[in-house]
Design a protein around this ligand. Structure first.
Ligand code: MOS
Length: 759
C-alpha cells in the first residue's frame, strides 16, 4: 500500500457532507407528521391544568357540538391500556388519563376530529372539574420526599467510593466546600412530539420521531396487549431529540387506540407547550462538593452529594458522580445521590444527562480550588491527571485530556492571562478568561445489520439506527463505501425502521461506535465471500492468491503486492450470483450474548465509561472569554476554543458540527436556559420559545474547534468514541469560571444572568 496516496474525499474520516443536509434545508426530508395519509383523523390533547389532585368529571357537551368532531376519548376508553413500565420502555409510569392527577399538563382526554382546527377548538371546549390538592413544585417546597438513590433506583445501586474521604478532607492543606445548582431545562426539539398511527387489519404502523424504534414497537405492543410482530415503527428523520425521544411516552399507545377505534389513520401534532409536560426534561439538581488538596495541588479527597428532582412514582436519576469520580486522581472519594420527589412529570435523558450538572459542579469547584491554591487551573488539572483510575484501579483505554488543554490553551492565548479577578479590562467591559474539562463516557452497545452488495457495485446497508443529528446515514455509507470499494453515491442506508435489523437506542452517544462496528463486520463477511470466489477459481487473475492479499477498490478486486485485479462484476458472474448479502450481529466485550435477542425485544444494552476492563471516556478542554459590562452587567461570550479527543472520527465535518453545536448548547446552559416553575401551582411558566431563552446568532460569536488526534483500539472495533454529548459538558463551568475572573463574583447557580452580577 502506498502511504503517500491521497485519501479519497469520501473515505472514513473524510468530511463528506451529511446525506440528509440538503434534504433538510430543501424540505425534502419527510418527518413523521409529513407522511401522506389517506383520510386521516386529527387528534388534539386535553391536558390537566392542576398539578395534583383528582379529575372529578369532564363536561364534553360543548366540545361535541363543534362541527367535525368525531369522538372524545377519556379515562374510560384509555383504561384498556396496560401501564407503561418505567425503567424499561416507558419514560414514565404516569400514563392513565385520570382520575389521579400526578402533574401539571398530564393528558386527560383526546379529541378526534376531521380537521386539526376542529380538534383544537373542541379541546378548548372540554371543561374539566378537579378536586385539587397542594402540589410540591421544587426544592424548598413543602411536601417533598427525599430518598437515597441507591435504595430506590435499580440502575444506581452502587456509587463510587474509595477510602475515607472525610478523614482525607480533614487532613487536607486546602479545602473547597461549596454548593451548586442547575435548573430544569427542556429539550425543545424543533420537531414537535407528533405521532401518527395507521392500522391495516391487525397490523399497526407508527410514524413517530424516535431514538429507539424497537423500544417503541415493543413498548406500545405491551401497552396494547398485542404481539410486537404486528407493529412497525418508522422514523426516518428526527427533528431534534437530545434524549427526549429515547423512551415511550404515554401519547403513542393512546393514538394507536384511537386509530383502532376509528378504523382510520390518526395524526397527533401536540403544541409546543404540551411538549413541556407530555415528554421528559432535564431535572433540576443541587450539589455539595468538597475538594481537598495538598499545597502542591495534589488532590487528596473528593466528596460529592447530589440532589435531583424527580416525579412521585418514578425513580429517574442520573447520578453523575458515577462519571465525575473518575475524572482526576482525587485520592479518597465519597459520593451520595438523593432523589427529591415532587409533583412533576417524570424527568428524563437530556444531552449528556449525568455529566452536564455534575461536571458543572465539579469543574466550578476545581477552579475555586485553583484560586485558593494560587495555582493556574490548567496546571492544577495536570497535577491530578492520571492514566490509572483512583477509584477502581483500572487503566484508561486512552486519555488525551492534557493534550486537549495544551492545544486549546495555545490557540486561546491563555499565557497572556493575568490571573487577578477584574484585572483585564477593555473600556467599560470587564474581561474574564476561564476553562473547564468536557468529558463523556464512551459507550458501545450490541447491534445488528444487514448489508447487500450487488454485482453492479451498489450497496444497501440496513440497521435500525436513528438519524438524530449524529450523521449516521453518512458515516455508515462512508464505511461501507470504503470497505466494499465503491463510490459513496452507490451506497443506500436504511435506518429508523423496525423492518430492518435492530440497532441500539440512540442514547449515550453510542450510535457511531455500535453501528460502525456491526456494519464493518457485515462488510468484511461480504469481502471474505467475494475474495474466496476469486482466489479459489481455476482461472482468472486472482486465482491462487491468499484472501488476505486481496482488497476491494474502485469496483475491482486488487492484489496488494503484484498489482493484479479483476472487476467485481466478473467475480459475481463467476460465482453465479447477482448479490451477496450478509447479516451481522455485534456484541461488545462485557455485554452478555443475549443482548442481541434483547434488542429485538426492545431492550438496548450498552457498556462503557467506568464499567468495563478499562476506563473509557472522550475528553476535551474548553476555554472561554466573557465580557461583563461594568455598569449594566450584560454578559457576552465573544470567543470560545474547544479541543476534543474522541478516538477515531468517522467524518471530520459531522464531528466538528457536533462540537460546535455542543458548545453553543453549553453557552445556552451557562447564560440562557431555565424552565421556570410556578412554586404555588407547580406549573411551568415559560413553556414557549418567546420565554424559554436559547441563544440567537448574536449571542454566539467566535467558536473554534480543535480535533485532537487519538487512536484507541480498545474501545471498540471501529475505534470510535461517541462525541455527540461531549462538547456541551464543561462549557457552563468554563463560563462561570470566566465570569469569576472578570468580576470576582462566583455564580454557583445556573443560568448566569446579569441580576446575579449586581453585587
Ligand atoms: Mo442522549 S440524552 O443519551 O439521548
Amino acid at each position: 500500500m502506498n502511504a503517500a496516496a491521497p485519501q479519497p474525499k469520501e473515505n472514513m474520516g473524510a468530511p463528506a457532507p451529511r446525506y440528509d443536509a440538503r434534504l433538510k434545508v430543501t424540505g425534502e426530508a419527510r418527518y413523521s407528521a409529513d407522511v401522506p395519509m389517506t383520510n386521516p383523523a386529527f387528534a388534539f390533547l386535553v391536558t390537566s391544568s392542576i398539578a395534583k389532585g383528582k379529575l372529578v368529571s369532564l363536561d364534553l357537551a360543548e366540545a361535541r357540538t363543534v362541527p367535525g368532531v368525531i369522538d372524545i376519548l377519556t379515562q374510560d376508553d384509555a383504561s384498556v391500556l396496560h401501564g407503561g413500565k418505567f425503567g424499561q420502555d416507558a419514560a414514565t409510569s404516569i400514563d392513565q388519563l385520570g382520575p389521579e392527577i400526578a402533574h401539571d399538563g398530564q393528558i386527560i382526554a383526546l379529541v378526534l376530529a376531521d380537521s386539526y382546527e376542529a380538534a383544537r377548538e373542541a379541546a378548548y371546549k372540554v371543561h374539566a372539574n378537579y378536586a385539587p390538592a397542594p402540589a410540591s413544585a421544587t426544592f424548598g417546597s413543602d411536601g417533598l420526599k427525599v430518598e437515597d438513590a441507591t435504595k430506590v433506583s435499580a440502575r444506581h445501586r452502587e456509587l463510587p467510593h474509595k477510602g475515607d474521604a472525610e478523614a482525607a478532607l480533614a487532613a487536607a492543606d486546602v479545602v473547597i466546600d461549596a454548593e451548586y445548582g442547575t435548573p430544569t431545562q427542556h429539550h425543545n426539539p424543533l420537531e414537535l412530539f407528533s405521532t401518527t398511527c395507521v392500522w391495516e387489519g391487525d397490523k399497526l404502523t407508527i410514524y413517530e420521531p424516535s431514538q429507539f424504534v424497537y423500544g417503541l414497537k415493543n413498548g406500545v405492543a405491551q401497552r396494547l396487549g398485542i404481539d410486537a410482530d404486528n407493529i412497525r415503527v418508522v422514523s426516518h428523520f428526527v427533528g431534534g431529540a437530545f434524549g427526549s425521544r429515547g423512551s415511550m411516552t404515554p401519547r403513542t399507545a393512546l393514538i394507536a387506540l384511537a386509530a383502532r377505534k376509528l378504523n382510520r389513520p390518526v395524526k397527533l401534532v401536540p403544541t409546543r407547550d404540551q411538549g413541556f409536560t407530555i415528554a421528559t426534561y432535564r431535572a433540576e439538581t443541587h450539589h455539595r462538593v468538597r475538594l481537598g488538596a495538598r499545597r502542591d495541588g495534589k488532590m487528596v479527597g473528593y466528596s460529592h452529594e447530589g440532589w435531583e428532582v424527580s416525579s412521585r412514582p418514578d425513580a429517574y436519576v442520573v447520578a453523575g458522580v458515577k462519571e465525575s469520580a473518575h475524572l482526576y486522581g482525587f485520592g479518597d472519594v465519597a459520593t451520595k445521590v438523593n432523589i427529591v420527589r415532587a409533583d412533576r412529570n417524570t424527568p428524563g435523558f437530556m444531552r449528556s444527562p449525568p455529566v452536564v450538572p455534575y461536571i458543572f459542579a465539579l469543574e466550578s469547584a476545581v477552579d475555586e480550588l485553583a484560586i485558593k491554591l494560587a495555582m493556574d487551573p490548567v496546571e492544577l488539572r495536570r497535577v491530578n491527571d492520571t492514566m490509572v483510575d483512583g477509584v477502581t484501579g483500572k487503566r484508561w483505554s486512552s486519555r488525551s485530556l492534557m493534550k486537549c488543554y495544551d492545544q486549546a490553551a495555545e490557540a486561546f492565548g491563555w499565557k497572556q492571562r493575568d490571573s487577578r479577578p477584574g484585572s483585564m479590562r477593555d473600556g467599560d467591559w470587564l474581561i474574564g478568561w476561564g476553562c473547564a474539562t468536557a468529558v463523556y463516557p464512551t459507550h458501545v452497545g450490541a447491534a445488528t445489520a444487514r448489508v447487500r452488495l450487488r454485482s453492479d457495485g451498489t450497496v444497501r446497508v440496513q440497521t435500525a439506527a436513528h438519524e438524530i443529528g449524529n450523521g449516521v446515514y453518512t458515516v455508515l455509507a462512508q464505511l461501507a463505501a470504503e470497505r466494499l470499494g465503491v463510490p459513496l453515491a452507490s451506497v443506500t442506508v436504511e435506518v429508523g425502521d423496525t423492518n430492518v435489523p435492530p440497532a441500539p437506542v440512540a442514547g449515550g452517544s453510542n450510535t457511531t461506535a455500535s453501528t460502525c462496528s456491526v456494519v464493518l463486520k457485515a462488510c468484511d463477511a461480504i469481502r471474505d465471500k467475494l475474495f474466496r470466489v476469486a482466489s479459489t477459481a481455476n482461472e482468472g487473475p486472482l486465482a491462487g492468491h491468499f484472501i488476505t492479499e486481496i482488497d476491494l477498490r474502485d469496483g475491482r478486486l486488487v492484489t496488494l503486492h503484484d498489482a493484479k485485479s479483476e472487476p467485481m462484476a466478473d467475480v459475481f458472474k463467476r460465482a453465479g450470483v447477482s448479490a451477496i448479502e450478509e447479516y451481522a450481529e455485534f456484541v461488545p466485550p462485557g455485554v452478555k450474548p443475549e443482548a442481541v435477542a434483547d434488542l429485538y425485544k426492545g431492550r438496548s444494552t450498552q457498556t462503557g465509561g467506568p464499567e468495563g476492563e478499562y476506563i473509557m471516556y472522550a475528553l476535551g478542554a474548553e476555554f472561554v472569554e466573557v465580557r461583563v459590562h461594568a455598569l449594566t452587567r450584560e454578559i457576552r461570550v465573544p470567543r470560545i476554543v474547544g479541543a476534543f479527543a474522541g478516538g477515531r472520527l468517522m467524518n471530520t465535518r459531522t464531528a466538528r458540527s457536533q462540537f460546535v453545536g455542543g458548545m453553543v448548547w453549553g453557552i445556552s446552559s451557562a447564560l440562557h436556559e431555565a424552565t421556570e416553575i410556578d412554586r404555588e401551582r407547580a406549573r411551568y411558566i415559560n413553556d414557549n420559545f418567546a420565554d424559554y431563552l436559547v441563544p440567537v446568532n448574536a449571542d454566539i460569536q467566535q467558536l473554534e474547534v480543535i480535533l485532537v488526534p487519538e487512536h484507541d483500539d480498545i474501545v471498540n472495533p471501529a475505534g470510535v468514541k461517541g462525541i455527540g454529548e461531549l462538547a456541551n459538558v464543561g462549557t457552563a463551568a468554563a463560563v462561570a469560571n470566566a465570569v469569576y475572573h472578570a468580576t470576582g463574583i462566583r455564580v454557583r447557580e445556573l443560568p448566569i444572568r446579569l441580576e446575579k452580577l449586581l453585587a
